[in-house]
Design a protein around this ligand. Structure first.
Ligand SMILES: Nc1nc2c(ncn2[C@@H]2O[C@H](COP(=O)(O)OP(=O)(O)OP(=O)(O)O)[C@@H](O)[C@H]2O)c(=O)[nH]1
Ligand SMILES: [Mg+2]
Length: 191
């Protein structure tokens, strides 16, 4: 039987978000896969199906070009994960080093006739203009290989927290992005 949707967590941000969903039992049977160049984070992650794409380094150090090149050696293993799915949603913080991998992975998935979508988490203003620029550049490259792209602005989380006068940790704030709703929407209302 053809599998429906695979949610792919990319880098530290993707992993945090997906782990929060697991902890709050909100994944409702969606298949999850986590990919990162940070061996330590992959080892620690409670995501069952995961892949470390770097043997020597702990993450990409914010270097998107490093991210892009490091996954080339893992292409076969990554393509193997796509196998049998009709839809994929990538979840990535677009200012991080691993975001350098998403345009390429989306292109590979598209070549398999998969309905490829992305969820872009855009950086906080306090992270500075360079991070914003990295995220915007990746966004432009990525969108060409995606059928749909959801854009989640981290700054909105801050504003929301301020508005509601909440003093809650980042992990809990992420729940406002309602990723399960996005996954469910793609799963049910696209083809
Ligand atoms: N909402 C939210 N955003 C996050 C979280 N963690 C990271 N981010 C955002 O995502 C961006 C990328 O961070 P990571 O995903 O940790 O970066 P990475 O791809 O692992 O990058 P490297 O450290 O270079 O390997 C950050 O600049 C933040 O804007 C999180 O838990 N929640
Ligand atoms: Mg990282």
């Amino acid at each position: 039987m053809e599998k429906n949707i695979l949610a792919i967590a990319v880098g530290g941000c993707g992993n945090n978000i997906i782990q929060n969903l697991i902890n709050s039992h909100s994944t409702s049977g969606t298949d999850l896969f986590y990919i990162d160049a940070d061996n330590f984070a992959v080892e620690k992650s409670s995501v069952h199906d995961k892949l470390a794409v770097s043997e020597q380094r702990n993450g990409c150090g914010g270097d998107q070009e490093f991210g892009r090149t490091i996954i080339l050696d893992s292409k076969a293993a990554i393509m193997n994960k796509f196998d049998g799915y009709s839809k994929i949603v990538f979840i990535a913080g677009l200012a991080g080093g691993m975001a350098g991998t998403v345009p390429l992975m989306a292109e590979w998935a598209g070549q398999e006739n998969i309905f490829v979508t992305g969820t872009a988490i855009m950086p906080f203003e306090f992270e500075g203009p360079q991070k914003r620029e990295n995220a915007e550049t990746t966004f432009e490259k990525w969108k060409n290989s995606l059928k749909m792209i959801f854009v989640l602005e981290n700054d909105k989380l801050c504003k929301l927290a301020e508005c509601l006068k909440l003093n809650i940790p980042m992990d809990d704030l992420d729940a406002f992005f309602n990723i399960p709703e996005i996954i469910d929407g793609i799963s049910r209302y696209t083809r």
